[in-house]
Design a protein around this ligand. Structure first.
Ligand code: NAD
Length: 259
């Protein structure tokens, strides 16, 4: 299927590894002019080269912390006025909510709620003017079914989800869609951090907890960033113009509800 987005410009945040990288790879393969960002110059530069080589087109990069105003300015300078924005950042640390003070909550809200809102604010009006825009926020299955050790994620991402639910209905008539992609359990560095928290909490070896976690997913395994990226690319495609304000779970059947 031709996704109809060849030649469009995309900013994919936090994309030197993991799910962001999977999204960047899928978009670049569709002929999108992709800019990726991540904090460490060597990592983001190498990732851009590898993604570009696999897609057969150059991928732009910028080293910045997307959760800071300076970092967002740098990302937008590297990719001014994108047609496609994939919002992503590292997730907050796991732990018992009693250990999270106000500063920890502010950091989580900054990274996983206010950063995407700021980037949407900076880009959506130009998308509306061009009558085409795609915004995909990488959130978490924790928005639909909270995860015990991820109180910061459960809370901060729900705030973003509520905001997006309102705005998506305002902009879709102008050809701009905003949707959230909710990863279940994907085999990335981040997943390992979550499982390390769980192993610590239960006193079991991390490899044992990981194996049990993968076996418990109805698909029988953790997800792969490439399959996550493919769903993202479809949401960014011309074919997804009537999908707005949705929370799309990509979780191997893990969410137990009928709807
Ligand atoms: P990851 O740790 O594998 O990769 C994160 C990427 O973001 C890296 O490229 C890192 O360099 C970059 N990054 C982190 N903080 C950044 C910042 N402040 N500025 C710029 N770049 C930054 O993580 P992942 O598994 O790909 O997860 C991506 C997001 O999805 C996270 O918010 C995570 O909490 C969430 N999530 C992941 C899973 C999963 O199973 N992997 C499940 C639910 C939610």
């Amino acid at each position: 299927m031709d996704l109809g987005i060849s030649g469009r410009r995309a900013l994919v945040c936090a994309a030197s590894r993991g799910l962001g990288r999977g999204c960047a790879q899928a978009l670049a393969r569709e002929g999108v002019e992709v800019t990726i960002c991540a904090r460490t110059e060597a990592d983001v530069k190498r990732a851009a080269a590898e993604i570009g080589a696999a897609a057969g087109r150059p991928v732009h990069w910028v080293a910045c912390d997307i959760t800071t105003p300076e970092g967002r300015a740098a990302a937008l300078a590297a990719c001014p006025s994108p047609d496609i924005l994939v919002n992503n950042a590292g997730g907050p640390p796991p732990g018992d909510f009693r250990d999270f003070d106000r500063a920890a909550w502010i950091r989580a809200i900054d990274a996983n709620m206010l950063t995407p809102i700021e980037l949407i604010r900076a880009t959506v009006d130009a998308m509306i003017e061009r009558r085409f825009g795609r915004i995909v926020n990488i959130t978490s299955s924790a928005v639909k079914a909270p995860i015990d050790v991820l109180a910061l994620s459960n809370g901060a991402r729900s705030g973003l989800t509520g905001f997006v639910a309102g705005l998506a209905r305002k902009v879709v008539r102008h050809g701009v869609t905003i949707n959230n992609l909710l990863p279940g359990q994907f085999d990335t560095d981040r997943l390992r951090v979550t499982y390390e928290g769980r192993a610590k909490a239960t006193g079991r070896p991390v490899e044992e907890v990981l194996a049990a976690g993968a076996a418990a997913v109805p698909a029988g395994r953790f997800g792969d960033a490439a399959e996550f990226g493919a769903v993202c690319a479809f949401l960014c495609s011309v074919h997804a113009s009537y999908i707005a304000g949705q929370n799309v779970l990509v979780d191997g059947g893990n969410y137990p509800g009928t709807f």
